[in-house]
Design a protein around this ligand. Structure first.
Ligand code: GDP
Length: 294
């Protein structure tokens, strides 16, 4: 994960090695390399510029701290700024209502169904009574996929394969949850390969009709800048509460993780790092920054 970025940042800090103190010149060189590393990692240009300007300003402002070497000082500042860039602190999901409804949105193939299973499994381990709901009315295979996952993790799945009204299915699932002592309903929805108006209307209708306490947007981190643009469009229509970054186990360059919070101003709440049900983590910006810096 982020191997290239880590390598390039490490190289940027090496420029300062052996330098006794921070100067306008050596900081400018290092910061330029950091900016290039971020842009190469698919970080939005504006975001990369803003963050490196801050790093430069802080480094020059703290040059009086002669107790640490310039390299150490820069590493510390970059770590703080990357943490801030990714949201600062971790963000919890809101579970409120009887039952609480969690709506899962995103493009087809982003990892919604897999994540729905993972989240259900995580909540079940916290002794919560969860119901999974299959609202993909276009792909019967998606219903089967959720059922297989549900069986695997021991969570019941609500589905109506003949019903072509997603909102109606979800409302029936909520009734079912109330009657069967389920406290959290996770609604897996239909996606498309690309954004289209019909999908947007459908997911917006689900949000308005269900009033979920949490709406999550799932996005494939391997898609880089596209991930950020998709997030922007979904957020404009849906005003979601948080982002789930998937496929971080792949050869991702990291741009999505580093740009999304700034561009849509919504926190990343979970990361997914594999196909197995256990491959889910609550997102900690500080830990991710540490990981990037190696
Ligand atoms: P959906 O169409 O949004 O519901 O996406 P799916 O949940 O069906 O996932 C699409 C594909 O990506 C499936 O083959 C999943 O097994 C795979 N997948 C989902 N999340 C991850 C992940 O974090 N890492 C990897 N490597 N594969 C994933």
């Amino acid at each position: 994960m982020f191997d290239n970025l880590s390598l390039k940042l490490d190289r940027a800090f090496k420029t300062l090695k052996g330098q006794g103190r921070i100067t306008e010149v050596n900081v400018a060189t290092t910061v330029k390399e950091i900016r290039r590393a971020l842009i190469d990692a698919d970080v939005n240009f504006k975001v990369a510029k803003e963050v490196t300007d801050t790093i430069k300003e802080k480094a020059l402002g703290q040059q009086v701290l002669i107790a640490v070497s310039p390299g150490q000082l820069l590493t510390k500042i970059v770590s703080e700024e990357l943490t801030e860039l990714m949201g600062g602190t971790k963000s919890e999901i809101e579970i409120k209502g009887d039952p609480a409804v969690i709506l899962i949105s995103g493009l087809q193939g982003s990892g919604k169904t897999t994540f729905s299973g993972k989240l259900a499994s995580m909540l079940k381990k916290q002794n919560r009574h969860v119901l999974l709901t299959a609202c993909d009315i276009y792909r019967p295979a998606a219903i089967d996929q959720l059922k297989v996952l549900g069986e695997q993790i021991g969570v019941e799945v609500y589905a109506e394969p003949e019903n072509k009204d997603a909102l109606d299915i979800a409302k029936n699932a909520i009734k079912f949850a109330k009657a069967n002592n389920k406290k959290i309903v996770i609604v897996d929805t239909a996606g498309r390969l690309a954004i289209d108006e019909e999908m947007m209307q459908e997911i917006t209708a689900l949000k308005n009709g269900l009033n979920p306490s949490e709406t999550l947007f799932v996005v494939d981190s391997m898609t880089g800048q596209d991930a950020v643009n998709t997030a922007k469009t979904f957020n404009e229509r849906l005003n979601f509460d948080g982002v789930v970054l998937t496929k971080l186990d792949g050869d991702t360059r990291g741009g999505a993780a580093l740009s999304i919070k700034t561009v849509v101003n919504k926190p990343i709440k979970f990361i997914s790092t594999g196909e197995k049900m256990e491959a889910i983590d609550i997102f900690h910006p500080d830990r991710m920054a540490q990981r990037i810096l190696g």
